[in-house]
Design a protein around this ligand. Structure first.
Ligand code: ADP
Ligand code: ASP
Ligand code: MG
Length: 410
C-alpha cells in the first residue's frame, strides 16, 4: 500500500461543492489502494478576508501583534479540516481532522513566518492504522510555548511537503487551480505551457522569485528530503508536473525553463554616500534589525568617490524602510534618500544557462526592443533577474516568453 500526501489549495475548497469534489478524489485514491493524508488551505479568499480585518483595526506591526495575527489567520484552515472530514464521512470514508498543534508540528517562535522544527508522526500513523483519512490544517504549527504560529502566505504547501517527508510518503501531490507548473504564470501569459517535469533547483528559483504556485520552503524541504513532488489540478485528470532531482528528470534540459515575476517589490536609494569601509553595513544593519528582508543590492562608485547605494525590499516594508533610511542618511552624511514602489522584478530561470553564454545579452536585447529600461540586474548560475517599471511587466513577460521559445514543446 502506498502513502500519499494530498494538499488542496484555497480555490479547490472554496465552497461545499468544491469540498465534495475534493472528498470524492480522496475516496478514489483510497479505492486505488492508497493511504491518504490530506492537507487543506482556508476556503477561497478567507485568509485575505482575515488580513483585511487586521488592516481595518489599523494597528502597527509588533511581535505581540504578529502573535495575534497567527491566532486569527490559523482559523481559516480549521474551518476547512472539519468540513472536509464531515464530507468524507458522509461519503462513507472514515476521516479525522487535526490542527497543526494536534499533530505537534513544532516551530520556532517567529510569528507569521515560523519555520518547522519537528513533527510527531505517532497520532497520524495511529489514525491511518485505524483506516481513517488524516486531514491536517495547512500553514500552521505551535511554538515551544504552545502558541499558534503560521508559515507565511502560501504556507500550506510547506505543511504538505513536511508531512510527506516525516511520513516517508510515496508522493506529495499539490492540487491547485491550474494544471501544473507552467513556463510562466498562465493567468498573465496565455501561451504559457504546462511542464511535464522540472528540477528542484529550477523550481526553487521560480518559487523564490515570485511564482506563487509553490511555497519556497516547500520546495526546499522536498529537495532536502528527496520527496517526489507533483503539482496538478484538482479539477482535471492530467498528470500535472513532477518536481524532482536532476537525476530523475529525463528530458534534455532547455536553455530556459521558466519566467517568474513579482510586482510586490520596492526600491530604495541612498545617494551621495562617501565611499569608505563600513558604509554598506551602516545602511543595512538598521534595516535587518527591523526584520526587513533585503533582496537585490547594487552599489556603484562614481568618479568623485561618492557612491549610490540601492536595494530592494518587499513593497509592504517600503514605508518603514524609507523612514529608517532617512534617519541613517543624516548619520552618515548622505545627500538624499529616494525610492520607488512601482517597480517589478522579472527573472528567467534554467539550468541550461550554465552551459550557454549569451542568455543575458539576449534577454537585455529583447527588453530594449520593447523600450523597457532596466533599473537593476542580478544573476546567478541558473537565473537572471531584472528590475523595471511595473507597468511593463506583462509586456516583458510575453516578449521574453516568445523570444526564448517557451511556448513550443522543447
Ligand atoms: P492554491 O490556492 O491552490 O495554493 P495559488 O494561488 O497559491 O493556489 O497558486 C496557483 C496560482 O499560481 C495559479 O493560479 C497561477 O496564477 C499562479 N502561478 C504563477 N506562476 C505560475 C507558474 N509558473 N505555473 C503555474 N501557476 C503559476
Ligand atoms: N491560507 C493561507 C494563505 O492563503 C495558506 C495557504 O493557502 O497556503 O496564504
Ligand atoms: Mg498556494
Amino acid at each position: 500500500m502506498s502513502l500519499l500526501v494530498q494538499k488542496f489549495g484555497g480555490t479547490s475548497v472554496a465552497t461545499i461543492d468544491h469540498i465534495t469534489n475534493v472528498a470524492r478524489r480522496i475516496k478514489k485514491s483510497r479505492a486505488d489502494g492508497n493511504d491518504v493524508v490530506v492537507v487543506v488551505s482556508a476556503m477561497g479568499k478567507e485568509t485575505d478576508r482575515l488580513v483585511g480585518l487586521i488592516e481595518e483595526v489599523d494597528v502597527r506591526t509588533s511581535p505581540d501583534i504578529r502573535r495575534e495575527t497567527d491566532v486569527l489567520l490559523s482559523t481559516g484552515e480549521q474551518v476547512t479540516i472539519s468540513l472536509l472530514s464531515m464530507t468524507l464521512m458522509k461519503l462513507d470514508v472514515p476521516a479525522r481532522s487535526f490542527t497543526g498543534g494536534q499533530v505537534r508540528i513544532l516551530t520556532d517562535g517567529q510569528h507569521t513566518r515560523a519555520r518547522i522544527e519537528s513533527i510527531d508522526t505517532d497520532r497520524m500513523r495511529a489514525t491511518l492504522a485505524e483506516g481513517k483519512v488524516v486531514v491536517v490544517a495547512g500553514f500552521q504549527g505551535v511554538d515551544a510555548e504552545g502558541d499558534i504560529t503560521t508559515f507565511g502566505r502560501g504556507g500550506s504547501d510547506t505543511t504538505a511537503v513536511a508531512l510527506a517527508a516525516v511520513l516517508e510518503a510515496d508522493e506529495c501531490q499539490i492540487y491547485t487551480d491550474v494544471e501544473g507548473v507552467f513556463t510562466t504564470d498562465p493567468r498573465v501569459v496565455e501561451e504559457a505551457r504546462c511542464l511535464d517535469e522540472i528540477t528542484f533547483e529550477e523550481m526553487l528559483e521560480l518559487a523564490s522569485l515570485g511564482s506563487r504556485v509553490l511555497h519556497t520552503r516547500a520546495v526546499e524541504f522536498a529537495s532536502k528530503y528527496q520527496v517526489p513532488l507533483r503539482v496538478l489540478s484538482s479539477f482535471g485528470e492530467s498528470d500535472g508536473t513532477l518536481i524532482a532531482g536532476e537525476d530523475r528528470i529525463s528530458m534534455e534540459q532547455p536553455l530556459i525553463s521558466g519566467i517568474a515575476f513579482t510586482a510586490d517589490e520596492a526600491k530604495l536609494t541612498v545617494r551621495g554616500v562617501r565611499d569608505v569601509p563600513g558604509i554598506a553595513s551602516k545602511i543595512l544593519v538598521p534595516i535587518s534589525e527591523a526584520a526587513i528582508e533585503v533582496d537585490m543590492i547594487v552599489q556603484n562608485v562614481s568618479a568623485d568617490q561618492s557612491t549610490d547605494f540601492t536595494f530592494t525590499v518587499s513593497r509592504g516594508d517600503y514605508e518603514q524602510a524609507r523612514s529608517i533610511l532617512e534617519g541613517v542618511a543624516g548619520d552618515i552624511g548622505a545627500a538624499e534618500v529616494s525610492g520607488d514602489n512601482k517597480i517589478a522584478k522579472l527573472s528567467i530561470v534554467g539550468v541550461g544557462m550554465r552551459s550557454h553564454a549569451g542568455v543575458a545579452s539576449k534577454m537585455f536585447r529583447v527588453l530594449a526592443d520593447e523600450s523597457i529600461n532596466i533599473q537593476m540586474i542580478s544573476t546567478s548560475e541558473i537565473k537572471i533577474s531584472v528590475v523595471f517599471d511595473e507597468k511593463y511587466l506583462e509586456l516583458a513577460a510575453r516578449a521574453l516568453h516568445t523570444a526564448f521559445g517557451l511556448a513550443e514543446t522543447q
